[in-house]
Design a protein around this ligand. Structure first.
Ligand code: G16
Length: 534
């Protein structure tokens, strides 16, 4: 079942660079694509072992560096329910990826098999995909070597979005069961989302075309397939779709650019008409940023917080209209990056929880609600309907036509929303559904609350691991003395709030600042870190 000779010789072909240390971070391993060969091989081995540990359930592997620059790449493992890899296995992945030699690696594999009690005679099944990064081709070949070293049954899902890979994992593992998540193919995914969307907006006035900035990434392929399924129910105008032009992925476009720069991608300047709705995906289509230009041509951003507010309020209304407000509780999960105005808006209406950055943290917290809405300010998020809520909705007998309509909408939302992970395309359909139901323009949506001015900057430091946080990343515990300095600065600004945390996807620390007055938010984020941090 496990040929040590084959594992040894394949491992020799993928040596670990001696000067590098790898870390399974916020969203898996992520760094320069050219340094990741050994990591990909080893991830193949780990994913196969994870599947064996779980009795041969299918595990997913996604090769992507999402919003990062084109020369970066990365890889993450997806657990059988379509969710992020379980925490304890993240440390196994870090350990195995750092074993200096083949002998050390084989020893680490052996230790993992023994300590995790893995029955290696069990089958291993893995489905994998990559985004459009050029380095993905050789990295996938390294991954395939790792899978074949363990004799895994491997399914190549080709070039696709991260959320579609998550969908496939869940669809494969629920196939033929009463909980079937949908057909385990891209067509199955588009069919599921498209059908639910058409039911939700059916009978309403036709929607104006939506302009989508595809970040020159894999979202361009998926969005163009989705456009076909949607037909006239939602005309999509796709921009930044150059997936084979070197250097353009996420460059001056995409969700991260819009969120960080708080401005329109320059390539859309003469494409977007005042009042028209537009949005940006990121490099693997798991983040979504909406925006519009007002009459005067001023840019207005509708970020993950605005999406959370829009969607949460809509779902709360539907639950109420269905007559289920005493049975189904809706809650929201955010991170410290959520704009203070959004937290206040939501908190006045429903329970809100703040957790550490990373979809895995938000996802788990959202599972504690009957319906959990989670969005990061950067546009990464989804809505989870607990199993018992789904059963409750399926069995509920409405007593009025209005209740029955609301119930049908809720059941369609369960189909529309990719509950495995944040999914920009599924979120587009969710936002468009709410806008259609509420007859909101971008401007009306934007006016739910007014964002506090804020700045988010990246600072390059000598060792980002020297920065450790507590209280959902809102306070630093190290380096010593730095939090006191932040507190002192923040006190000088009206409604000031600021925090510093190490990124889990880039070699930087992130500094966030918000204040009531724009110039004050800018000032608070431009303080320099003390010399001892560099
Ligand atoms: C990933 C994670 C997100 C996180 C983001 C930035 O997004 O999935 O949850 O917000 O990285 O994380 P950090 O601040 O630690 O670098 P993506 O879209 O890059 O996969």
């Amino acid at each position: 079942h496990l040929s040590i000779d084959s594992l040894r010789s394949l491992s020799d072909a993928h040596p670990k660079p001696s000067h590098l240390r790898f870390q399974y971070g916020t969203a898996g391993f992520r760094t320069l694509g050219s340094t990741l060969d050994s990591v990909l091989f080893r991830v193949g081995v780990i994913a196969a072992l994870r599947s064996k540990k779980l009795d041969g359930l299918t595990v997913g592997v996604m090769v992507t560096a999402s919003h990062n620059p084109e020369h970066d790449n990365g890889v993450k493992i997806v657990d059988p329910r379509g969710e992020m890899l379980e925490g304890s296995w993240e440390s196994h992945a870090t350990t195995l990826s750092n074993a200096p030699t083949t002998d050390d690696f084989l020893e680490a594999v052996d230790a993992l098999i023994r300590t995790s009690k893995i029955d290696v005679s069990k089958p291993a099944r893995v489905v994998y995909a990559r985004d459009t990064r050029p380095s993905g081709i050789t990295l996938v070949a390294a991954l395939e070597d790792g899978l074949s070293a363990l004799g895994a049954e491997a399914r190549n899902a080709g070039v696709t979005t991260t959320p579609i890979l998550h969908y496939l994992v869940k669809a494969i593992n629920t196939k033929g069961t009463p909980d079937s998540y949908g057909d385990d193919s891209e067509e199955g995914y588009f069919h599921k989302l498209g059908t639910a969307f058409k039911s939700l907006v059916g009978g309403r006035p036709p929607l104006e075309p939506l302009l989508i900035d595809c970040a020159n990434g894999v979202g361009a392929l998926a969005a163009s397939s989705l456009a076909e399924y949607l037909g006239s129910s939602l005309p999509l105008v796709l921009e930044n779709t150059s997936i084979s032009t070197p250097g353009v992925l996420n460059h001056a476009c995409g969700a991260d650019y819009v969120k960080t720069m708080q401005r329109l991608p320059p390539s859309l300047a003469d494409r977007l008409k005042p009042g028209q709705r537009a949005c940006s995906l990121d490099g693997d289509a798991d983040r979504l940023m909406y925006y519009y230009l007002d009459e005067r041509g001023t840019f207005h951003m509708l970020d993950g917080d605005k999406i959370a507010a829009l969607v949460a309020a809509f779902i709360v209304d539907l639950v109420k209209s269905a007559g289920l407000e005493n049975d189904i509780k809706v809650g929201v999960v955010q991170t410290a990056y959520a704009n203070g105005a959004s937290t206040r808006y939501l908190f006045e209406r429903l329970p809100v929880k703040c957790v550490a950055t990373g979809v895995k943290h938000l996802h788990h917290a959202a599972e504690h609600y009957n319906i959990g809405v989670y969005f990061e300010a950067n546009g990464h998020g989804t809505v989870l309907f607990s199993q018992s809520t789904q059963s409750k909705l399926a069995q509920y007998q409405p007593s009025t036509p209005a209740q029955s309509t609301a119930l049908t909408h809720l059941i369609n939302l369960i189909q529309l929303i990719n509950q495995t992970v944040g999914d920009a395309l599924s979120d587009v359909l969710l936002v468009e559904t709410v806008l259609a139901h509420k007859s909101y323009t971008g401007e009306e949506w934007d006016s739910l609350y007014v964002d506090l001015p804020n700045r988010l900057v990246k600072v390059v430091v000598g060792d980002r691991n020297a920065f450790r946080t507590e209280n959902a990343e809102r306070r630093l515990v190290s380096p010593p003395g730095l939090q006191a300095k932040i507190d002192e600065l923040v006190r000088r600004y009206d409604g000031g709030r600021s925090f510093v945390r190490p990124s889990g996807t880039e070699d930087v620390v992130r500094v966030y600042a918000e204040a009531v007055v724009r110039s004050q938010a800018d000032g608070a984020s431009s303080f320099s870190l003390p010399a001892y941090c560099n």
